[in-house]
Design a protein around this ligand. Sequence first.
Ligand SMILES: *Cc1c(COP(=O)(O)O)cnc(C)c1O
Length: 517
Amino acid sequence: MAHNLYTDTRGRAKRPVPFTQAVIDGLAEGGGLYVPERIPQLSLDDVRALADQPYAQRAARIYRAFDVDLPADVVDELMAQAYGDNFDDERICPITSLNATTHVLELWHGPTSAFKDMALQCLPKFFSASAKQLREQGKLDHEFMILVATSGDTGKAALEGFRDAEGVSIGVMYPDGGVSDIQFKQMATQRGENVQVWGVRGNFDDCQTGAKNVFGDEAFAARLLEEHGVALSSANSINWGRLIPQIVYYVSAYAQLVADGKLGLGDELDVCVPTGNFGNILATYYAKRMGVPLGMLFCASNENRVLTDFINTGTYDISERDFVLTPSPSMDILVSSNLERQLFELTGRDASAIAGWMDDLREKRRFRVDEGTFAKVRETFASDSVDNATCLVTIKRVFDEHDYLLDPHTAVAYQAAENLRGENPVLIASTAHWAKFGDNVYRALHGIAPGDLLPDDVAALSGCALNELIARETGATDIPRGLAELDALPIRFEEVVEGGTGDIEAAVTRFLERLDA
Ligand SMILES: *Cc1c(COP(=O)(O)O)cnc(C)c1O
C-alpha cells in the first residue's frame, strides 16, 4: 500500500519521503519543511466519535488518518505510552470553561507543565520507532544524539521526552544565569541515563549560534559517526513529528465540547493561540482543513509583534525590529519558522513562491506576499498583540473574575481573544501552568510593573517557595508535583562550558564517551 508521503515547502527535495523518514530528517533537503501530500478528511460523525475514546486512542486515530508508515499496533502502543499516567489528568488536556462561550484548553498537564509536552511526550517515541524501522529496512545504520539550545522551556520538555528513549541520547544547552530558578532546577535535576545538560557562558543567542555551528561542522559530524556511531539531530518545532500531536488536541477538544453539551455538532468554534514559532496555531489550521468546524484562527502576539503585523499588512519585516523581553518568553521571536508551512498551504502549495520569500527574508530581512495570498491570510486569521503591562493586568483581572490563574502566555491569548472575538464561542490554548512563571504571576497579583524588582523578601525566595506563597495568597491548590518537588531533588548537572564551537564539541564528545563507557 502506498502510504501518505511528505513533500517540501521549497520544492528542493529530490523525492517525497514517508512519515518515518520525515521524522528522522526534521528539515527537508534544500532547507524546506516537510508537509503531507494528503490531508485526511474527517466527517462530523468521525469527529464526534473521538470523544467516546480515551485520549491516547484519539491520537492513534488521527495518526492512522494521516496514514503513517508504522504498523497500527505500534502506533497504539506508542500512544498509550505517550499519553498515560505521565500526565496528571487522565483527560490529558482537559477544558476549563470560564463561561458558556469561553473555553480554556489546558495543554500543561504533562511532566514539565508546559504545552511542549503534548508533542514532546510523543515525538521521541515515534523518533525511536522510526529509526528502528529504517534500520530494519537497511536505510539507517547509526544512532542519534539530540542537541538542543534552549531559553528555558523547550529544553526541559525535550529532556523529559527523550529520557531513556531507545537509540537516542540528548544534550541541552541553556544560557548560564539566563533562566529562572525553576527552569534551572527542572533541567539540572533531570533523571535518565542518556541525558546531559550544560550551562553556556553567554545569552540564548550565544547558545543557539553555538548549536548551529556544531550542526554545521561536517568534520565533527564525520568523527561522531566514526567514533560513536552517532549523528546529531535537533528534533525542533519544525519537525512534522511535533506537529501531528498538536493537530490531535484541537480535533479532540472540538469533540469533547460537543460531547459535554457545550457546543452543537457542526457549530463554529474560533480558536486563539499564543504564538511564537507558529507551530501550535498551524495545527488549528490543519484541524480545520481536516473538517473540524473551526472558525477564525486568532494569532496572539506579545510585544514581539512581527506576526501580528504580518497578518495585518501582508509584509513580514524584521529589518528594523528589536527583540523585546516580555513576561511570555516562549513567544519572544523574530523568525517564526512554521509560518513557511502556513504560506505553502495558503498559496495552494506554490513552492517557488515560498522559496523566493524565504530567500528575501534571509537576504533583505523582509518579504511581502502577493495580494491573493494576503487575502487568504485575512480570511483565515486575525491577530492582535498584547503589551507587557496589559498581560499582567489580564492575569489579575481573570483571577478576580473567574478565580482562575493564567500564566503570562495564556494571558496574552486571553486578552487577544477578548479584542478579536465575534459571535462564535472561543477556545483559548493555555500553554503553561502559572507556577512555571511565578515571578510574573506575583507581579500581576500585586500590581508590580513588568520588569520591576520584586520586594527583597520575595526576591530571596526559591521558585518553589514563591509558588507556595502565591498558592497561600490565592487559595490555588494545583501546583504540579514536578514543580513542587524541585527544591528536594538532587542537582545532577552543574557544568558550565564556554560558548565556542570547539568548547561545545568537546562537551558533546565527553558526554558520548561517558555513554559508551
Ligand atoms: C512554545 C510556547 C509557545 C509558542 O508556541 P509556538 O508553537 O512556538 O507558536 C507559547 N507558550 C508557551 C508556554 C510555549 O512554551
